[in-house]
Design a protein around this ligand. Structure first.
Ligand code: BGC
Length: 717
């Protein structure tokens, strides 16, 4: 008895000691952080005190195309910026897959690895800020810049963006989340005024940015080119001062997009902290002091029209980021460029991001009896890295699809190549090229057509091949360059045809989809893309990508076309599609898509079972079992959608509120546990102007896509 009491007393003593040590450690960390913050603040104050007005103003505008002004006498460096978002643009290095491919992995851990590569290479090349991630919502299939962005769904964007930013910033480099906000088209991006409801703004277009600020503490943010409700976004008081800085507590600095500042007073008052890229028409030499936020600001302060404290606040934000990233008073990481590990990240993202859209009769992976393959299509041998506009990448190398297939096939498989079509805007089907391609297909065991969209190389003019490109939207969703005719002829010659589509988003497949047994969506898959594709085609990798956007059958089905007004000539754009973006529209209005949001096939099969839902005081806990019932290892993205049965304001048929990517060996199963907090159930009531959570019954749907719901349950809150 006494022994037991002594034992228990000892245990209690040990636990108390542990608890004490834990408290002490937490208190110490908090204290050290507080001290560090206080001393940084003191240093910032001291520097600002020493600066002349001219020196301060010099810091809030560019000093070259990609630098801001520094104050060398006080040891304040220039900021060196580089695009983004899937490579360090200015230098030769790792070329990662584009944003849509990253989002298609539905793997936030890969987002982190992706960001780490960029951060590390930025360090290596002496950059301070990476101009990425780009996270504008994919609203219309035509947006020329969709490839750079991530998804139509704000929740998926939020999860991926936090990983990316943490990855970059853990390397001591600043990320720059862009383009804030509602910049969802390229044609007319410089002169369009977007009108939208507060609800659409809050529920669809802002959550990704909010997560970047409140969860990932992003250091910098870029305002966009367009106007929002009548005021330019890069000098928009409601977006920058009210929402970003006041509501979300953003501590870093706002830079304008290149040339997005239009006048001094609005930019200064409305929250822009750094003006970049203004075109002064002063070639070849620019006088940067003539920027809107240059000499004019000095005059306005001197004449008493602007208080110097407003300028101090901007300088303070820039200095805060400089101290945070060890640009002043600190040691920076050295970083590495284009290492094997970085290339492996590029490969992994491509392997997990390429989506198997269709696979009739399990034609993929190709069986070992396949001895000859006819590869057809310009995209099979086209390098894409330098396309797209400001996101172009100087790839150290780029494995094209044909190279990847040859690497994987070795000398066991005979691979032929035919171009099949010419890349030329407006080009119609080329009969000779089609005939040659069909002939090659007829002699092969399998034909693989690699086509789809292309990147443009020159984004300052509407170049012949600029489909996925900054500055211009696609004119329609039809396959360019006569590819429909090509695919139909190849199919006729050999029904065993696989179509691989490159591009930032959907393309009209209606002319041939019913006859093609297998389709892969490959996006622009980066420097290792060809290898990733070949590994999927030959079955060394089991595809696990899922669409981060809905693929409509035809353009006319897309809500932004039907409900919004996107005419090229209209400067007033009304988002009458409101919150019904992507699957929120297709599922609510019961329009059959070609491929649903979240869709993606695997070489194995998964079984969902045993759904249990438990409502707690704060959280709702969901559990279910996922089993790999096939014969190869694979990963499934289990998606949790929520629907409120009866709400005061109309709500979509379903909304993604959680997901998990689960890797399983054949025969293995996992009990998946997902906890939903209040955010999963609320919506923005723009009559009351606040987020509300209403009591009532909510449907919980667990699916393999937004249209393939495997388990249904309900919870009463
Ligand atoms: C783009 C930005 C880019 C900047 C600098 C602008 O035209 O919109 O995304 O970061 O140029 O290249």
């Amino acid at each position: 008895m006494i022994n037991t009491i002594i034992k228990q007393t000892n245990m209690l003593y040990k636990s108390c000691c542990r608890l004490f040590l834990l408290f002490a450690a937490v208190a110490f960390t908090l204290n050290t952080n507080a001290q560090k913050n206080a001393s940084t603040e003191a240093k910032i104050n001291a520097l600002i005190k020493k600066m002349t007005l001219e020196e301060k103003v010099n810091m809030i505008h560019a000093s070259s195309f990609f630098t801001s002004g520094g104050v060398s006498r006080l040891g304040i460096p220039k900021l060196v910026l580089s695009d983004g978002p899937h490579a360090v643009r200015s230098d030769t290095g790792t070329y990662l897959p584009v944003g849509t491919c990253l989002a298609a992995t539905w793997n936030p851990k890969l987002g982190y690895e992706f960001g780490s590569v960029l951060g590390s290479e930025a360090n290596f090349h002496g950059k301070d800020v990476i101009l990425g991630p780009g996270i504008n919502i994919i609203r219309s299939p035509l947006n020329g810049r969709n490839f750079e962005y991530e998804s139509e769904d704000p929740y998926l964007v939020s999860r991926m963006v936090v990983g990316y930013i943490n990855g970059v910033q853990d390397q001591g480099i600043s990320a720059c989340v862009k383009h804030f906000a509602v910049n969802n088209m390229e044609t007319n991006r410089f002169n369009v005024n977007v009108n939208l409801t507060e609800r659409a703004l809050r529920e669809i277009y802002l959550p990704g940015f909010k997560a970047a600020v409140t969860e990932a503490n992003v250091n910098t943010l870029m305002g966009s080119y367009n106007k929002v409700r009548g005021q330019w976004a890069s000098q928009n008081s409601y977006l920058l001062n009210q929402i970003l800085k006041k509501e979300w507590g953003f501590k870093g600095f706002v830079m304008s997009d290149w040339g997005a500042v239009h006048n001094t007073i609005e930019a200064i008052w409305n929250g822009c902290d750094l003006e970049m890229g203004t075109d002064l028409n002063q070639r070849p030499h620019r006088d940067y002091s003539k920027f809107f936020m240059g000499d004019t600001v000095v005059n306005l302060v001197r004449s008493g029209r602007i208080d110097e404290s407003v300028i101090n606040e901007k300088v303070r934000r820039i200095l805060y980021v400089m101290f945070k990233t060890n640009m002043i008073d600190g040691v920076r990481k050295k970083g590495e460029s284009n290492t094997k590990a970085h290339q492996q990240t590029a490969l992994k993202v491509a392997e997990e991001g390429i989506v198997l859209l269709k696979n009739d009769n399990k034609i993929l992976p190709l069986s070992s009896s396949v001895k000859t393959i006819a590869v057809i299509g310009f995209n099979a041998e086209r390098k894409q890295a330098m396309g797209g506009g400001s996101s172009q990448a100087k790839a150290f190398y780029e494995v094209t699809p044909i190279e990847g297939l040859r690497n994987a096939g070795g000398n066991k498989i005979n691979i032929t190549y035919n171009q099949g079509y010419k890349i030329e805007r407006g080009a119609t089907a080329d009969d000779l090229l089609i005939m040659q391609a069909a002939e090659a297909a007829s002699k092969a065991d399998v034909a693989i057509v690699v086509g789809g969209w292309t990147h443009g190389f020159n984004y300052s003019v509407w170049s012949d091949n600029a489909y996925d490109a900054e500055g211009y939207d696609k004119p329609d969703m039809h396959m360019p360059f006569g590819q429909d005719e090509l695919i139909k002829a190849v199919l006729k010659a050999n029904p065993k045809t696989v179509v691989v589509l490159m591009g930032g988003g959907p393309i009209d497949m209606t002319q041939w989809i019913n006859n093609v047994p297998a389709i892969l969506q490959a996006w622009y898959p980066g420097m290792e893309g060809g290898n990733a594709l070949a590994k999927i085609i030959f079955g060394q990798v089991n595809p696990s990508g899922k669409l981060p956007m809905t693929f409509p059958k035809i353009l006319e089905d897309a809500p932004s076309q039907k409900l919004g007004i996107t005419s090229k000539d209209l400067m007033q754009l009304y988002y009458t599609d409101d919150i019904y973006v992507g699957y929120r529209y297709f599922d609510t209005y019961k329009v059959e898509p070609q491929f649903a949001f979240g869709h993606g096939l695997s070489y194995t099969t998964f079984e969902y079972s045993n759904l249990k839902i438990q409502a707690g005081k704060k959280n709702t806990t969901i559990t279910f079992t996922l089993k790999n019932t096939g014969s190869v290892p694979g990963a499934e993205v289990a998606q949790v959608y929520v629907k409120q049965e009866k709400s005061t304001l109309p709500r979509p048929e379903k909304e993604l509120k959680a997901f998990e990517k689960i890797f399983l060996q054949p025969g293995d199963s996992k009990l998946v546990k997902i906890v939903l907090d209040e955010n999963a159930f609320h919506y923005y009531n723009d009559i009351e102007n606040k987020w509300v959570m209403e009591n009532g019954v909510y449907d919980i749907m667990i699916g393999a896509s937004s249209r393939k719901i495997k388990l249904n349950g309900k919870v009463k809150l």
